[in-house]
Write a protein that binds this ligand. Structure first.
Ligand code: C2O
Ligand code: CU
Ligand code: CU
Length: 495
């Protein structure tokens, strides 16, 4: 029995023993304790509709109720559903049109995380959709095959709305990846794996109420969710299984691997396929990051995808003084091999040809210092303690102006005692080095979010190739959503 189930059982027992009004009001109490795993929910795919040469998506953001536990209705938010959204399917080169209708009683936004796109279509804090209103984003899909995502980016309330459910996955396809014979049958051997954690109260609700501690550390719950499923299993019918891992949690860094320590291949990072598969036994995924992995199931032994606690070596030996909650230990997803399995083709030895980042091509260097201030507790209380280069996010201030097409080095220095996943809009960048050391092969591909360790200075090679807009900014920020909402975000324009 996984950790989350035993905790639920314990809570259910407490609840039943209490015989309070709360117990009577909460008819689902007994079923919360029901043992056993349930089938993984596979989000519906949305391929959009081709209209006048554009791939059009109609997305409705709304409030709903979701049965995470049998017979218990939890208030949530979702996109074309009660929790999370459909998996949007783009093809490289598509002109996509995303029409978003807000039926909530509060404002929202939807941001397309990972894409090069015009600033007005970014879906960040400046593209607020007021209640009852709608907004349409349009852009050309310039990315290669990749696993991207979309989520609320409302100023000061991103954490709140993502917690409630406003997030979804985007899969980009292209011919190059199709020719590689990778597992690509959606829901069969190519599985979206949206990883989150949530806390439920005695009424089975998950109100977003982080105390000072969680505003500082990033919100972490005690119940693991995969695609909104509590304690899921997946029947595996092929000898190889591709998992598209997305850390869509608010504040948890996951160290992902399997209970039997089997190795697996990482084939893609945030922005698409790597040069070649990289065999590892665990992969670290911070909020916002993605990794596509291929697991060999041909030995027909069940395996549990889990996150384990972070060890010093996972942090490059820099645990000293690190204050993150770290990786909560969760049993995320049990893989159950079927008695008959189809044999999958071998993984190709080479995947794609990524350009080798050349630091000498850069014509400008910018530095970003991630800080939490000396009075962290007080800062967390006021919600303004998180800064970049000494200032908290101000939507009225443009922090950086970048020239289109110019290659730059961005030096991201973490002077705080927590690790921060730094994310930049409108680009895929390459990591040059971490404190002078080249990146691990799983980080050597296209990235849009990178974990910067305490005390570390990380250098990336970055360029914005396509769009200019002197007045509408893009964001860079920590993807721990409590830190982002707390001010660790800045704005840049491309001119
Ligand atoms: Cu995933 Cu600025 O966000
Ligand atoms: Cu983004
Ligand atoms: Cu942070």
């Amino acid at each position: 029995m996984g950790r989350q189930q035993s905790q639920i059982s314990r809570r259910a027992v407490l609840r039943l023993g209490g015989a309070s009004m709360a117990v009577l009001a909460f008819s689902g109490a007994a079923s919360l304790a029901a043992p056993g795993r349930v089938a993984l929910r596979i989000p519906p795919q949305d391929h959009g509709t081709m209209i006048n040469g554009k791939r059009r998506f109609d997305l409705t953001v709304g409030a709903g109720k979701t049965a995470f536990f049998p017979g218990v209705e939890t208030k949530t938010m979702g996109i074309n559903g009660s929790y999370l959204g459909p998996v949007l399917r783009f093809s490289a080169g598509d002109d996509v049109q995303l029409a978003v209708q807000n039926t909530l009683s509060e404002s929202t936004t939807l941001h397309w995380h990972g894409f090069n796109l015009p600033a007005k279509s970014d879906g960040g804090p400046h593209q607020e959709i007021t209640p009852g209103d709608s907004w349409t984003a349009e852009f050309n899909v310039r990315e290669k095959a990749a696993t991207m995502w979309y989520h609320s980016h409302l100023m000061g309330k991103t954490a709140d709305q993502v917690w409630a459910g406003l997030a979804g996955m985007i899969i980009v396809d292209d011919d190059e990846s199709a020719a590689l014979n990778l597992p690509n049958t959606y829901g069969i051997d190519d599985i979206p794996v949206i990883l989150q954690d949530r806390s439920f109260n005695n009424y089975g609700q998950m109100p977003y109420k982080p105390g000072m501690h969680f505003r500082m550390m990033g919100m972490t719950g005690d119940t693991a969710l995969v695609n909104g499923t509590v304690a899921p299993y997946l029947d595996v019918t092929t000898s190889k299984l591709r998992l598209r891992l997305l850390n869509a949690s608010n504040g948890s860094i996951y160290m992902l691997g399997f209970d039997d320590d089997r190795s697996f291949d990482v084939i893609a990072s945030d922005g698409g396929l790597l040069n070649a598969p990289v065999s590892v036994a665990s992969v670290r995924l911070a909020p916002g990051e993605r990794a596509e992995i291929v697991v060999d199931m041909s030995n027909k032994t069940p395996a549990m995808l889990r996150s384990r606690s972070i060890q010093t070596e996972d942090m490059g030996g820099m645990m000293g003084g690190m204050m993150n909650e770290g990786s909560p230990e969760f049993d995320f997803l049990e893989l159950r091999p079927a008695s008959e399995m189809a044999t999958s083709p071998n993984l190709p030895a080479r995947l794609v040809d990524l350009p080798v980042p050349d630091a000498t091509t850069a014509t400008n260097t910018r530095r970003f210092e991630l800080e939490m201030g000396g009075m962290m507790m007080l800062n967390a209380l006021t919600g303004r303690g998180f800064t970049i280069n000494g200032t908290a996010m101000d939507p009225a201030r443009i922090d950086e102006v970048v020239k289109r097409g110019e290659t730059e080095i961005w030096e991201i220095a973490n002077t705080s005692m927590m690790a921060h996943p730094f994310h930049i809009h409108n680009t895929q960048f390459a990591i040059l080095d971490r404190d002078g050391q080249p990146p691990h092969p799983v980080e050597a591909g296209r990235k849009d979010t990178v974990l910067v360790l305490p005390g570390e200075t990380l250098r990336i090679l970055i360029r914005f190739d396509h769009y200019t807009d002197a007045t509408t900014p893009y964001m860079y920020h920590c993807h721990i959503l409590e830190h982002e909402d707390g001010g660790m975000m800045g704005q840049f324009t491309v001119v």
